[in-house]
Write a protein that binds this ligand. Structure first.
Ligand code: UDP
Length: 244
């Protein structure tokens, strides 16, 4: 049987090697109960490549308490370097579970990011899906990262969970810039997830996900992403030829 590693380092990014259930039950739920702050990065090959090319961003990513393998490419790479990660954990699924838990436990959520229209639509949808969820607040994602008013607004609402959908690297930059000013909160960058919940962008059908082709589906639906896909190929190539 292959050895299971607690962390698997891929191109200098230490990925948490836990199943979604282990991560939630053994780590995130207890931390929420104790009001222990957490910073979560859900990283795919694009993010690993961005970190490789930008040391400052790498430092920002590496500060996370949990770096989650969100991307088939990461799981494949872990197998190729003989340190298999147990399973892919997507940011979207993790966020969905956390919102469900927050509703059950009466914890409050702040939704920061996406356009004003998407932000409003997604919060309305969340209210329908989770009628008992405590919504601490919401704000669109088009502001200056140093804007103090936004930080004050989030702080004042005292959220237990803060979902930040500004895309990478902005969401990780915003979290690390302001993290020290909070005494509690689970902070998680969730990329385009608000667009999916708002119904603006469709997630790939289950079969595509099962066939590890979610990336291809997204590129077909959002062709402006093709440049990003090149980075994913470069990532895989570097892993294959062991040139990290
Ligand atoms: N976004 C934002 N502020 C910005 C730039 C982007 O709120 O300054 C939002 C954008 O509207 C979208 C999300 O961030 O909702 C990024 O989505 P994308 O699919 O690019 O992120 P990924 O999942 O690829 O990281």
């Amino acid at each position: 049987m292959s050895k299971l590693y607690k962390y698997v380092s891929i191109m200098d990014i230490p990925f948490t090697n836990l199943t979604q259930e282990q991560l939630l039950e053994k780590h995130l739920y207890p931390r929420l109960q104790h009001q222990e702050k957490s910073y979560i990065v859900t990283a795919n090959p694009e993010i690993v490549m961005m970190a490789k090319e930008n040391n400052e961003y790498k430092h920002i990513v590496r500060q996370a308490d949990f770096i989650i393998p969100d991307g088939t490419g990461i799981v494949m790479a872990s197998k190729l370097i003989n340190q298999p990660i147990q399973e892919r954990v997507t940011g979207f699924d993790l966020m969905t579970h956390l919102i469900g838990y927050a509703e059950d436990q009466q914890l409050s959520c702040f939704f920061l990011g996406a356009s004003e229209e998407v932000n409003v639509k997604m919060v309305e949808r969340i209210k329908t899906l989770h009628p008992y969820l405590r919504i601490a607040g919401k704000h669109h994602g088009f502001f200056d990262l140093d804007d103090k008013n936004i930080v004050t607004e989030v702080q004042k609402s005292q959220p237990d969970l803060i979902f930040v959908a500004l895309g990478s690297p902005r969401q990780e930059q915003w979290i690390t810039k302001h993290y020290q000013q909070f005494t509690k909160g689970l902070f998680m960058g969730v990329g385009g997830s608000f667009d999916v919940i708002a119904g603006e962008v469709k997630r790939a059908p289950k079969l595509w996900i099962k066939l590890h082709l979610e990336w291809l589906y997204r590129t077909i639906k959002q062709p402006f992403r093709w440049k990003r896909i090149l980075k994913v190929f470069e990532f895989m190539l570097r892993i294959l030829v062991k040139r990290y």
